[in-house]
Design a protein around this ligand. Structure first.
Ligand SMILES: Cc1ncc(COP(=O)(O)O)c(C=O)c1O
Length: 345
């Protein structure tokens, strides 16, 4: 059975065009810098994000960890959102592998960290304290609703970081969604950042891979750390070939995913038992709760939805997140709305 899979945009399978490009990719040993397809992808990524250089990494998690390991020494501290992927969902890699101390501060409903909170959490010079080194933002902010952070806000954080001699890293797993939703260039959104990680393997549909971008000397050090983490890959042009298509074509169609998320949310607002978040969706994620009168859990509902050919993910027993992507068309959206009606009404 072919399911309509709304669990995440990470479920996207490569397109036939990607598979063809992967089969025909020119390759070489990338640890020697000899893979022309990887080199092409890295050059494209750096150019599009307006940074000097880029590095292809196997996953977003490795990209973020690599950035943190380059920016911070053991015993140094990272200011990070308490709802961020780096803090919640990367297996504590910064502490376990880097001896880096996280300083979590509250993500506000709009995904931002307040400038006052950031300022207040910067350590004073004191023998008792860790040394604050880095601020991390996440754009789009996933847990806060897939909400995009503005370039104005990012600039303010960048200025604050600079004034305090701190660095700024952006977990931009879905930075292209953020750019499209606000009709700004990705370059503008990440201008103030010292480093940015973005993923090819989410809304951009590639099967594997993320890119880390930044200054030339930062990427040279990141290349070393990637090797240390076991992320030095060989004839990996077969994967980069799909990533090139992600950058060239998939970045240009994300508005379709956002429009379908809106259509999905509008339809689900008419289903008894569901309460879609008032301003959802911001991008490709629809967040909603069960209303009080529904006695069964999201997990139970998820099992019943599966019988209708729909896969959904629950955030907890009362909350769903549904994510649109390349493989969700208008017909799928209608089927999902109708399946929720059948299960709940
Ligand atoms: C915001 C965010 N950052 C980082 C990642 C990590 O990416 P990966 O799953 O490729 O390690 C994810 C994955 O879902 C994510 O949503």
């Amino acid at each position: 059975m072919e399911y309509i899979d709304l669990r995440s945009d990470t479920v996207t399978k490569p397109t036939p065009e990607m598979r063809e490009a992967m089969a025909e990719a020119e390759v070489g040993d990338d640890v020697y810098g000899d893979d022309p397809t990887v080199n092409h992808l890295e050059e494209n990524a750096a150019e599009i994000l307006g940074k000097e250089s880029a590095l292809f990494v196997p996953s977003g998690t490795m990209g973020n960890l690599t950035a943190l390991l380059v920016h911070c020494q053991r015993g140094e501290e990272v200011i990070v959102g308490n709802q961020s992927h780096i803090y919640l969902n990367e297996a504590g890699g910064m502490s376990a592998l880097g001896g880096i101390h996280p300083c979590p501060i509250q993500n506000r409903a709009d995904g931002t960290l307040s400038l006052d909170d950031i300022l207040a959490s910067i350590r004073t010079e004191d023998v008792h304290h860790p040394i604050t080194r880095l601020i991390c933002l996440e754009n789009t902010q996933n847990v806060c609703g897939g909400v995009p952070l503005t370039s104005k806000y990012t600039r303010q954080v960048g200025e604050l970081a600079q004034s305090k001699s701190l660095l700024l890293h952006i977990d931009g797993a879905r930075i292209f969604n953020a750019a499209v939703a606000q009709n700004v260039s990705v370059k503008e959104l990440v201008g103030p950042a010292d480093s940015v990680m973005f993923c090819l393997s989410k809304g951009l549909v590639a099967p594997v891979g993320s890119l880390l971008v930044g200054k030339r000397n930062f990427i040279a050090r990141a290349r070393h750390v990637r090797k240390m983490l076991g992320g030095g890959m060989r004839q990996v042009g077969v994967l980069a070939a799909a990533g090139i298509i992600s950058l060239e074509t998939m970045t240009k169609r994300l508005a379709d995913d956002h429009a379908r998320a809106k259509k999905l949310a509008d339809g689900l607002r008419h289903v008894k038992g569901l309460s879609v978040d008032a301003d959802s969706p911001f991008t490709n994620m629809v967040y909603m709760n069960l209303t009080e009168n529904v006695s069964i859990s999201t997990q139970r509902i998820g099992k019943q939805m599966k019988d209708f050919g729909v896969l959904v993910d629950s955030e907890n027993a009362r909350r769903f997140r549904l994510v649109t992507h390349y493989w969700i068309d208008d017909d799928a959206v209608e089927k999902v709305i109708s399946a929720f009606k059948d299960v709940l009404n």
